[in-house]
Write a protein that binds this ligand. Structure first.
Ligand code: SF4
Length: 700
């Protein structure tokens, strides 16, 4: 007989995009929340990583915001909800009157649910602007762009379960699932490896993924440790090798000719792009032996089913779209799409990073990736909403920040911490402090951004409310809340409805809870049209789910792509240097990544005793040769500096990183990597180049 208490609710871990099921129940003390495993959870079957197990620690944390706050004479004072919301609405009306609707920007958040992000983008559009974006811009905007343009949908093509069962090769580039998606790595990837899959990891850093598979045969686990920013040349060596070998052995299966002929276009462009490509020079530029890249190419091309996993090491570059396009090229020419165990699969960072985009919290798309400048799509949404939507796409996340004081005068931030998450943090903070007319932040803690706000609205945590989130493989799952810990906090959804109702009197924000919002969301979002709360049940449903009763698709593109002509798009791409490369003054390449024990800007994980004990402060990985050159001993305090600022961190001297490269993390307010990173953007997707900047290091 089960000894589990009846009051535990089944919900989803609030941290990464794997979307593990957990259970939460009230503890013995008032307000206390307890974690409990969920043994038959659909994604993780009860397993969790250290973050999932510690997730409830922040729910009743002493730092929780418990009352609305208004800043007066530079100091916060407690206010009633009526006072705080009146101030928010007055300021928003004033900004619209003086500067027009594009004077405001709206930031949704992948830490919040589908229903809440749906509402914030509806609020922005009702206000009269498409200037709404979310933190996905910072992690996978380029991936979404490339996948949508070339295959039709901006999401993982396959699901973790079908990859585990069918993939013979796991090609993991610019991603570190051992650290950042631990259950995907330990459960799905490990199972594929146990069944014989080969792992090819392409990353400048040796990391937990590198060490996580006990594969004895060295050629079944290759780590191509390339120089940061050389992913295009490396993949071009792979592609050129496949083209050359196919020419020499046309029947050996290097290229899937019928797939290329029937399901793709642009192959000639790829061949032209690579006609004079010099593999030896490219391999040298990558810092990887040519024969290793050629062997990896052979393993990928000769696999029955090969799956690519792509992460922020690929997307966070000014050539991020091209990086991912080259992965798509590889999958298309070898026919590795449209069946289990294949595909191009972005590993998404946050628990609802997929859903935030799906529901339209982006400046260029409405729910379901319907383009705002497509008249037909816009009109179909207008018919449900009952108001006109602006046709011009708005500014993106970092562009909104850049426009502060120029065209942007007010900002509504829900659950985001741009002061730490945006690149060139010192400049970002200066703009927020000096040039922003009005800032409202809706959050659970006094974040580095909330400290600069005019009004702070105390929200409830993930464990206190219900809604849905969409994990990395497009599975929409329900989150269920226990109860409110602090009486005077409010759910994000209720706050947005109240602001919307005070601003507009047409009933557009008159909702009776998350299910009511979801019903409208699915009406305007074709890919979720067939989903209901009842149908989602405990297992969730992968989108697309067009009709009620559909079970959703675990993998996409079985018979055709979702492009206008049904064809996948191959397009040759060429190497572009990062916008900032080492020179005499800043001779090192700085690159950044996350840790298993922390979560983005650390607002939650830094407050978890379990997690912060593991990693209480930031550090920088330095290669032994660089350490010797700069007189650094392991454990020394050093200053890490770029053209934009400096941080003081502890040096970890390690051969995990390549000579000439330094590696640090964005999680810690006292020494955040984003004080140093470059805010230059990929031209199309507008994602910043977090992964490569010029830096210097100095021992104190
Ligand atoms: Fe949570 Fe991700 Fe860990 Fe699963 S793998 S428990 S979703 S942080």
């Amino acid at each position: 007989m089960s000894s589990e208490p009846d009051d535990a609710v089944k919900t989803i871990c609030p941290y990464c995009g794997v979307g593990c099921g957990i259970r939460v129940r009230e503890g013995d003390d008032p307000g206390d929340m307890r974690f409990m495993p969920w043994g038959d959870a659909p994604v993780n079957e009860g397993s969790v990583c250290i973050k999932g197990g510690a997730a409830t620690q922040v729910v009743d944390h002493e730092d929780r915001l418990t009352e609305p706050l208004i800043k007066e004479d530079g100091e916060f004072r407690e206010a009633t909800w009526d006072e705080a919301l009146t101030r928010v609405v007055d300021e928003m009306e004033q900004i619209r009157e003086v500067h027009g609707p594009d004077g405001m920007g709206f930031f949704g958040s992948s830490k919040t649910f589908n229903e809440e992000n749906y509402l914030i983008q509806k609020l922005a559009r009702r206000y009269g602007t498409n200037q709404v974006d979310n933190c996905t811009r910072m992690c996978h905007a380029s991936t979404v762009w490339a996948l949508r343009t070339s295959l039709g949908m901006g999401a993982m093509t396959n699901s973790m379960a079908d990859l585990e069962e069918a993939a013979d090769v796991l090609w993991i580039q610019g991603a570190n699932p051992g650290e950042q998606h631990p259950i995907a790595n330990s459960q799905y990837f490990r199972q594929a490896v146990l069944e014989g899959a080969t792992v090819i990891q392409v990353d400048p850093h040796a990391n937990k993924t590198t060490r996580s598979f006990d594969i004895e045969e060295t050629d079944r686990h290759m780590h191509l440790q390339l120089n940061p920013g050389t992913d295009i040349p490396l993949l071009n060596v792979v592609l050129k090798t496949i083209l050359e070998r196919h020419e020499a052995e046309p029947d050996a299966g290097w290229i899937d000719e019928s797939f290329v002929d029937e399901r793709a276009k642009g192959f000639d462009h790829l061949k032209e792009t690579l006609a004079d490509f010099d593999k030896e020079a490219a391999a040298e530029e990558c810092g990887v032996p040519l024969e290793d890249i050629e062997l990896a190419a052979e393993k990928y091309a000769m696999a029955n089913n090969a799956a690519i996993f792509t992460g922020m090491g690929m997307s966070q570059h000014t050539c991020g779209v091209d990086n991912v396009q080259n992965e798509i090229n590889l999958a298309l020419v070898t026919g590795n799409l449209g069946r289990p165990g294949t595909g191009v699969n972005p590993l998404r960072g946050q628990n609802n990073v997929q859903g935030t985009c799906d529901v339209g919290a982006m400046p260029n798309v409405l729910p379901g990736y319907q383009l705002v400048d497509d008249d037909e799509a816009r009109e179909s949404v207008e018919e449900v909403w009952g108001f006109e939507i602006p046709a011009e796409p708005g500014l993106t996340n970092v562009e909104i920040s850049h426009a502060i004081g120029d065209t942007v005068h007010g900002l509504y931030v829900m659950g985001e911490n741009p002061i730490m998450s945006e690149p060139d943090g010192n400049e970002t903070e200066k703009r927020f402090r000096e040039d922003l007319g009005f800032l409202v932040v809706q959050d659970i803690f006094m974040t580095e951004t909330a400290e600069l706000a005019d009004v702070v609205l105390p929200a409830t945590t993930w464990a206190e409310r219900g809604g849905t989130v969409t994990n990395t493989d497009r599975r929409v799952q329900r989150m269920r809340g226990v109860h409110k810990v602090h009486e005077n906090t409010r759910h994000d959804l209720d706050i947005l409805c109240e602001v919307g109702t005070r601003l507009f009197d047409g009933g557009e924000f008159d909702f009776d809870g998350p299910e009511d919002v979801f019903e409208e969301l699915r009406e305007v979002c074709p890919i979720m049209h067939g989903m209901t709360y009842d149908a989602l049940g405990e297992t969730g449903i992968h989108w697309p789910c067009y009709e009620e009763g559909d079970e959703g698709d675990s993998y996409l593109y079985e018979s055709e792509f979702e492009t206008d002509d049904g064809l996948g798009r191959i397009e040759g791409v060429v190497h572009q240097d990062p916008k900032e490369t080492p020179d005499e003054e800043y001779p090192l390449v700085l690159t950044t990544a996350r840790l298993e024990e922390h979560y983005n800007t650390g607002t939650m994980s830094r407050r978890s005793p379990t997690l912060s004990r593991q990693h209480p402060e930031n550090f920088v990985d330095v290669h032994p040769a660089d350490a010797e050159r700069y007189g650094i001993e392991d454990g020394d305090d050093v200053t890490l500096r770029s053209r934009r600022g400096e941080i003081r961190v502890r040096a970890d001297v390690t051969e995990d990183i390549k000579e000439g490269v330094v590696w640090t993390t964005p999680h810690f307010a006292a020494a955040s990597a984003n004080r140093l990173t470059n805010d230059v953007l990929d031209e199309r997707a507008k994602i910043p180049e977090y992964k490569a900047a010029a830096a210097e290091i100095e021992v104190d």
